[in-house]
Each structure stands twice: as structure tokens, then as C-alpha cells.
Ligand binder design. Structure first.
Ligand code: HEM
Length: 402
């Protein structure tokens, strides 16, 4: 009989119990630099837990982001999220392509969207004010805001938005929808974006897709048609649901902590640090999107080795709770100054939309707290349901009143 202790499997993503709090499983997790976790598919992956390791691995060429390979762990059996065998997501090719996208995604383009975001936020809040109370903050505000901003950025016509949102929601299901529906949404979205790109080629505008077509045509490293579609889709998906979940769930956490709301309303200069702190706490999801594959053995700071062929998850949420970097990491401190969290990743794939996301979340939070000074949750925060089985795990229903 074996004398070895049998380890209890660690299921990932970590459970949200209680739902308003950072998962308890993150406490003490960094005692080991790397832990084996079991994913919803039943596959196993190595989860890297410590800040310095996670940061350096985000920039490490020995970790491939090419997840379209048969021997890598699958997050879900029903949805091969972001896998595309026709795309090379690793340096040096990825770096060139990414350079084109960041060239089109200028700071000027993001800043130009700030008044647009305010206009959209004000319009949505007018509708909230005219409608019934309580209302679901997600439906009324948190989801429509980023989808309308991203549609403006990409040049998607306003009348297409509802159809567009349904396709994106289907695309992002991990275990909520049957595989046929996920496949139909993926194909529908791809076809829609393909048609949109063709129309921008014929009739360019001020939008990002037109910008992307232009920089790629001017450059020797031009994107092929497939890459153009893939990146447009990536920008859309990555830019919508993450930001929406952060706006809804971040606001819910704030409203649950009324004292923080009062402090911000008494001193609006706290808003940017408060927003950043809520982003650090990554209360809307896990790190299932950071799957990597080790193409060589990698030794971590403490000497542990990630063997070649391992499936690796870079846990931003654990890095963000690293006691050696963030004093009292489990406390939400809206005045936190040094806040180099990794919710937007780092290194080779650092989020190209981080500035846009920050801008939108700031506008959304400030807009709500100014327009509805007494805004509050209409049910106890502990009762808010989380959307498990999706790419994001934020609250699905956030009844608010004011
Ligand atoms: C709160 C909102 C957001 C969060 C938490 C977030 C998070 C992330 C993370 C963690 C990564 C790195 C993934 C990896 O290393 O595998 C990433 C990459 C990316 N994000 Fe975001 N993101 C947000 C908003 C946005 C927005 C608004 C856009 C664009 C409109 C965007 C576009 C992208 C793209 C295109 C990539 C891939 C970059 C690459 O592979 O080089 N994201 N994001």
C-alpha cells in the first residue's frame, strides 16, 4: 500500500463563497510557487501563484500561447475559446501583428472616446431614471455601455448591436450553452465581422477597423484577411465582456461597502485609485484566459520546475494577492497608491485595451455615483448570483435602486 498522502484536487476557477469576497482559496496559496489544478473540463494545469514568477512568465518566450494543440489542457469541453490553428500567437510573428494593432489603437483614439463614453453613460442613466426601480444594473448600464463604446470604436452600426451582443454572448459560453449553439454563434459572429471588414475596405471611416486595414496595407508585415478578422473579433470580445463585468461587479462591491461610496463622493480625486483597486481585486473572474504551454523546462524563483509540455495558467488573481507586493492584499483600499496589479496581464500579451477599459470604468463609476448619489443594492450583497460557467464570473443580476 502506498504511504504517499493523496492530495485533494484543487478545482479551478476557485469558488466564490461568499460571493462578495475575494475567493478564500487565494489565501495562503502562494506557500507553493505552483499548484496543480483541475479545470471544468477535468483536465489538469499548473497554476503559477507568486507575483514575480507570474510577471516574468508573462514575458517568457518558453511559454507558448498557441493553445490550438492537442496535448494542452482545455478549460471547457464545449468551447475551444480563442483557439485558431490558422493564427500564430507567439513571437516573433505575434509581436509584429500586435504592433500594428497598437499603432491603430492610439491614445488619441482612446481619449476621443471619453466624451462618447460620457454621452452613452448619460443616455443610459436617463433611461434608468425614466424606468422602473429597482433595475438590473447589468442590463440597464454595465453591459450596454462597453458594447456601445466598442461598436463605436470598431465602427459597428448602432442598429446591429442587439444581434451582435447575442452572438458575442453565445461565443463566450463555457458550459452555459450546448456546443451546437456555441458553434452557431461563432460562425455567425465571424460572418458578421467579415462582412463588416469588407464594407470598411470599400468605404473607410474614422473607426479602428478602418485604421487597422490602413496600417496593415501600409506595412510590409500586413495582416492577412484571416488575421484581420481574428484581431477584430479579439478586440471585440476581449473589450466587451471583461469591461462590462468589471463595471457591474465592481460597482456592486462598492455599493455593498457604502462607506467607500461616501468617501469617494466627498473627494472625487479618490475615483481613479478606487477604480484601480477594484480592478486589482479581480472580482469578476479568474485567469482561465491565460493558458500557456511550456515548450522548454522553466525554473521558477524558488527552484520549482515547470516541465516541458505542461499546461500553465498564470494566475493574475493570486499575483494580485501576493503579500510581498501588496500590503494587506485582501483589504479593498480605495487609497492604495502602489498598485501594479496584473489584471491586464503583462509582457508579450499585455492587454492592448487597458487604457480604454480604465477610461470606461472610471466614466461609468463616476457617472453612477454623481447622477444617483443614493444608489444602493436593492437586495443584500451576499444574495447576488454569480454567472458560473461563463468566461467571466461576475454577478449576473444586480438589482439597484436610488
Ligand atoms: C477590465 C477590462 C479588461 C481586462 C480585465 C482585460 C484583461 C486582459 C488580459 C489579462 C490580457 C492578457 C491575456 C494573456 O496574457 O493571455 C488581455 C489581452 C488583450 N486584451 Fe484585454 N482586458 C480588458 C479590456 C480590454 C479592452 C477594452 C480591449 C479592447 C478593446 C482589450 C483587448 C485585448 C486584446 C486584443 C488582448 C490580446 C493582446 C495580445 O495577445 O497581445 N481588453 N486583456
Amino acid at each position: 500500500m502506498s504511504t504517499e498522502a493523496v492530495e485533494t484536487p484543487i478545482h479551478y476557477p476557485f469558488p466564490w463563497t461568499p460571493p462578495m469576497e475575494i475567493p478564500g482559496a487565494l489565501r495562503g496559496l502562494r506557500e507553493k510557487a505552483v499548484v496543480t489544478v483541475t479545470l471544468p473540463s477535468g483536465d489538469k494545469a499548473l497554476l503559477v501563484t507568486r507575483y514575480n514568477d507570474v510577471r516574468s512568465l508573462f514575458a517568457d518566450h518558453r511559454l507558448s500561447r498557441n493553445i490550438a494543440r492537442p496535448d494542452i489542457a482545455r478549460v471547457s469541453k464545449d468551447n475551444d475559446l480563442f483557439m485558431d490553428p490558422k493564427i500564430d500567437p507567439d513571437p516573433p510573428h505575434h509581436t509584429k501583428v500586435r504592433g500594428l494593432v497598437t499603432r491603430a489603437f492610439t491614445a488619441r483614439r482612446v481619449e476621443a472616446l471619453r466624451p462618447v463614453a460620457w454621452e452613452i453613460a448619460n443616455d443610459l442613466m436617463d433611461k434608468m431614471e425614466a424606468g422602473e426601480k429597482p433595475c438590473n444594473l447589468n442590463e440597464a448600464f454595465a453591459f450596454p455601455l462597453p458594447i456601445r463604446v466598442i461598436c463605436k470604436l470598431l465602427g459597428v452600426p448602432a442598429e446591429d448591436m442587439p444581434k451582435f451582443r447575442a452572438l458575442v454572448d453565445g461565443f463566450l459560453s463555457i458550459s452555459k450553452l450546448p456546443p451546437e449553439e456555441v458553434a452557431a454563434s461563432r460562425m455567425g459572429l465571424w460572418k458578421y465581422l467579415d462582412d463588416l471588414i469588407q464594407s470598411k475596405r470599400r468605404d473607410p471611416g474614422e473607426d479602428l477597423i478602418s485604421g487597422l486595414i490602413q496600417v496593415s496595407d501600409e506595412d510590409n508585415n500586413r495582416l492577412n484577411e484571416h488575421e484581420l478578422g481574428f484581431w477584430t473579433q479579439g478586440l471585440l470580445i476581449a473589450g466587451y465582456v471583461t469591461t462590462a463585468s468589471q463595471i457591474g461587479t465592481g460597482t456592486a462591491v462598492l455599493l455593498h461597502n457604502r462607506q467607500m461610496v461616501k468617501e469617494i463622493q466627498a473627494d472625487w480625486s479618490l475615483l481613479p485609485t478606487a477604480v484601480e483597486e477594484l480592478i486589482r481585486c479581480q472580482i469578476m473572474g479568474s485567469s482561465v484566459g491565460t493558458m500557456r504551454y511550456a515548450v522548454e523546462d522553466i525554473t521558477l524563483e524558488d527552484g520549482s520546475v515547470i516541465p516541458t509540455g505542461s499546461s500553465v495558467l498564470l494566475s493574475e488573481e493570486s499575483a494580485n494577492m501576493d503579500e510581498t507586493v501588496f500590503p494587506e492584499p485582501f483589504t479593498i483600499d480605495i487609497r492604495r497608491k502602489e498598485n501594479h496589479h496584473m489584471t491586464f496581464g503583462a509582457g508579450l500579451h499585455y492587454c492592448v485595451g487597458a487604457a480604454l477599459a480604465r477610461m470606461e470604468i472610471q466614466v461609468a463609476t463616476e457617472g453612477l455615483l454623481r447622477r444617483f448619489p443614493d444608489i444602493r443594492l436593492a437586495v443584500p450583497g451576499e444574495e447576488l448570483p454569480r454567472g458560473l460557467g461563463g468566461f467571466m464570473e461576475g454577478f449576473t443580476d444586480i438589482p439597484v435602486t436610488w
